[in-house]
Design a protein. Structure first.
Length: 262
């Protein structure tokens, strides 16, 4: 299993959940220190059976330092995963850029950065992983992490919304194209989630204080932000045989319902 952006936040939570299920996981990220720390943690966790190695030999986790916005590095992650574990059965595109920009103040450079991380990287990671699956004539599963902002979003998320909306369409297109290869591809549009990255974003762009989580939770129907561990369990479900034949679905994982009004 390959998780882009898997060294922190939701990606790391997905890696942990997958390892608990017995998977071997390759995580990617730009910073080596958190990547290696997570791999050490995953190697120690195992699947609850007391094992710290995979059932067919070798370790359970590998970190690949890469900027998936660069196509060659994205493809290199897949190459490294195949070299380490022989194949890629599952892919999660969790890497994301959420920096702010409106229609009026977004520069071409900011727009291109969002496209590179949020849309181009998933495209070429899927291309490489699906090519491996097709070459082996093997089934597989992919989950693309989107955002409920893809339905329209806030004015200050213009480039982010554009790319996440594109990812929704790409998910359905790829799922349709490869359904006869028995490769299931689904998307998960997540709502406001409590991650390290969101904490940094709230402080950097919105002047949030230490109590921003409590204030945010009080404004939401369920009284709390989405939790990475909850989302991770759902992602692993979608990747597993437990989700049956479902493919081409883009699911809104949120407590607000798009298109409704009070």
């Amino acid at each position: 299993m390959l998780v882009s952006g898997g060294t922190s936040g939701l990606g790391a939570a997905i890696a942990r959940a997958a390892v608990r299920e017995g998977a071997r996981v390759v995580v990617t990220g730009r910073r080596r220190e958190p990547g290696e720390a997570l791999v050490a943690e995953l190697e120690a966790v195992g699947d609850g059976s007391g094992q710290t190695e995979s059932r067919d030999g070798g370790g359970r986790a590998l970190f690949v330092q890469a900027d998936v916005a660069e196509v060659a590095q994205a493809r290199g992650c897949v190459t490294a995963a195949v070299a380490a574990f022989g194949r890629v059965d599952c892919l999660v595109n969790a890497a994301g850029l959420t920096s702010r920009g409106t229609l009026l103040d977004t520069t071409p450079e900011l727009f291109d950065a969002h496209v590179a991380v949020n849309l181009k990287a998933p495209f070429f990671l899927m291309q490489a992983v699906v090519a491996d699956m097709v070459a082996r004539k093997a089934p597989g599963t992919i989950v693309n992490i989107g955002s409920t902002s893809a339905h329209g979003g806030q004015p200050y998320l213009a480039p982010y919304v554009a790319t996440k909306a594109g990812l929704m369409g790409l998910t359905r297109n790829a799922a349709h194209a490869h359904r006869w290869d028995r490769i299931r591809i689904n998307g998960l549009n997540i709502g406001w989630t409590d991650t390290e990255g969101e904490d940094e974003t709230q402080r950097r762009f919105h002047g949030a204080g230490d109590d921003w989580r409590e204030k945010a939770g009080a404004s939401l129907p369920m009284g709390k932000l989405g939790q990475p561990e909850e989302i991770a369990d759902f992602v692993v479900f979608l990747l597993s045989d437990r989700s049956g034949v479902v493919t081409g679905s883009v699911i809104d994982w949120d407590q607000n319902v798009p298109g409704t009004f009070d």
